[in-house]
Design a protein around this ligand. Structure first.
Ligand code: SF4
Ligand code: SF4
Length: 304
């Protein structure tokens, strides 16, 4: 049995990835499962989804804790989520990254590491940072748990004609551009996840250790203490950040009103600077700003 775990963010299509892969396996006469595991069900929040594929009926119904393959849809997850947790020594790690796979050599004895600039392909072809089908292209290139034609058929079944064509184009580009490192050919090095991307911008970086954990919540998950949202640093969910052009800002406050994470406050000059500890990078402020004063920029990966 092949067990595959996807790490993404709410809105990036991690759940759809697992479902498309399972659908492709089913069309090949295999047995398959696909299911998600959510934390906070919000755009930008870390999401995990799972897929099992086997020639025989699958009776397991648990989350996948020792995957054969891990796919990381967003490189910013590397600084907050232990994506290789439980990954088998014979396993494969596939990451959305502008870096080559050698940058992610882990002291685990993995079988393969692969990278593809899925965000770049998504922005170029889809016009937005939805990387799920693109990572499937990298998966087929690296391991091929199903045929490329089975995945494209699943995409055609799932999306309308226009979106299916765009997603298949993006998937095929990822298939061509995926860089693969066969680990048995490569000397083991120290874990290099320590140089994962740092928060960008003028504000202090996110401090993940300051986050409250779900296990600390009261029974029923009621949070009764006032002002508690300050302890939830949703800035760790961000892969794009807003940049303000003060020359175009008319101080209308629409960004402040509409930001779902209250990341804006007004300063003494009447401008609205963003606190990147809380900005989750959804882009609503940039979309709604009437003068186009806000531009969303991709977080830089360290060392690129
Ligand atoms: S919405 Fe745009 S113009 Fe209005 S305060 Fe925010 S940045 Fe300035
Ligand atoms: S609305 Fe803007 S500031 Fe608020 S979370 Fe979204 S991107 Fe960040």
């Amino acid at each position: 049995m092949l067990e595959i775990r996807f790490h993404g963010r709410g809105g990036q299509g991690a759940v759809t990835s697992a479902e498309l892969l399972a659908e492709a396996a089913l069309t090949e006469g295999k047995h398959a499962q696909a299911f998600p595991s959510f934390g906070p069900e919000r755009r930008g929040a870390p999401v995990t989804s799972y897929c099992r594929i086997d020639e025989l009926p699958i009776r397991l119904r648990t989350n996948i804790s020792a995957p054969d393959i891990v796919l990381v849809l967003d490189p910013s997850l590397l600084k907050t989520v232990n994506v290789t947790d439980g990954l088998k020594e014979t396993g494969t790690l596939i990451i959305n990254s502008q870096k080559g796979p050698e940058h992610f050599v882990h002291n685990h004895k993995l079988h393969k590491i692969a990278t593809v600039d899925a965000t770049g392909i998504a922005l170029q072809i889809l016009g937005r940072s939805i990387t799920n089908t693109i990572l499937l292209g990298a998966l087929i290139r690296t391991i091929a748990p199903v045929e490329l034609s089975s995945i494209t058929a699943a995409i055609q079944k799932r999306f309308d004609q226009k979106n299916a064509a765009l997603n298949i184009q993006a998937l095929q580009q990822a298939y061509q551009e995926t860089k693969i490192l066969n680990m048995p050919d490569y000397p083991t090095q120290e874990n290099q996840f320590a140089d994962a991307p740092a928060a960008t911008g003028e504000n202090a970086p996110v401090q993940p250790q300051a986050q409250s954990l779900w296990i600390e919540l009261e029974l029923g998950c009621l949070i009764t203490n006032p002002g508690n949202s300050k302890t939830y640093y949703t800035g760790s969910w961000r892969s794009f950040y807003p940049l303000l052009n003060k020359d175009r800002c008319i101080k209308c406050g629409i960004c402040w009103i509409l930001c779902p994470d209250a990341a804006y406050t007004q300063d003494t000059e009447g401008f609205y600077p963003v606190d990147l500890n809380y900005c989750k990078g959804c882009g609503i402020c940039a979309h709604e700003c009437p003068t186009g004063a806000i531009t969303m920029l991709q977080e830089k990966e360290a060392g690129v």
